[in-house]
Write a protein that binds this ligand. Structure first.
Ligand code: COA
Length: 173
């Protein structure tokens, strides 16, 4: 059990390194439990917690992304995460107890980032959020609620400030 834990930590450390070739990084992550589609790229420094991550085809994780993947994290097809982005899936109740954060009281909610999004650098996405397809999230934003598709969201909390055009045909009624 202890051996498995340290073997996993060692593999996570190896794949984080700048010196680890991308193909080896991907192989390590798949061995650890990730699902990685075709033409994906995981840049150095990306850190998972329990390897509960799915990258759809063409997904791209920038350097030093932190994936707090206690519940599943799915990055949609052709979606790109900028450097130092953080996706959180775990939170804790803040009820009338002191200390506020009691060990073992965890609420785990999956995060899904839809197809064709661009998540800027230093974005934080909170547990349970679903980013609609085709969204752009500006650098440094904190996404506290799910977003509708094809919007530009910026700020803390992130708000929709622009509808984004798409070259895809509109669905027929
Ligand atoms: C969002 C972004 C793409 C700009 O889009 P844009 O359509 O050109 O938007 P504008 O520059 O016209 O800004 C529109 C408004 O949003 C604000 N805004 C833009 N980006 C913002 C951000 N990240 N956080 C908060 N507000 C932002 C602007 O100040 C402006 O506000 P105003 O109308 O009150 O003046 C860009 O600002 C950004 O954040 N890019 C991410 C860069 C990055 O992370 N790169 C990493 C490489 S993957």
């Amino acid at each position: 059990m202890l051996f498995k834990k340290y073997a996993t930590l060692t593999l996570v450390a190896i794949q984080k390194s700048t010196f680890c070739p991308t193909s080896i990084r991907h192989s390590i992550l798949v061995y650890l439990g990730w699902t990685i589609g075709e033409n994906c790229a995981v840049m150095p420094g990306s850190a998972p917690v329990i390897n509960n991550v799915t990258l759809e085809d063409g997904a791209h994780l920038g350097p030093n992304t932190l994936l707090d993947d206690h519940a599943g994290i799915t990055i949609g097809k052709d979606t790109r995460l900028g450097p130092n982005s953080i996706i959180l899936t775990r939170t804790h109740p803040i009820n009338a107890t002191i200390p506020r954060r009691i060990r073992g009281q965890d609420i785990d909610l999956p995060v899904i980032v839809g197809r064709g999004c661009w998540i800027g650098a230093h974005v934080v996405i909170l547990p349970g959020v679903r980013i609609g397809e085709g969204c752009v999230v500006g650098a440094g934003s904190v996404v506290t609620k799910s977003t509708e598709p094809n919007g530009l969201y910026v700020g803390n909390p992130a708000k929709r400030i622009k509808d984004l055009e798409t070259d895809e045909p509109k669905p027929t009624a």
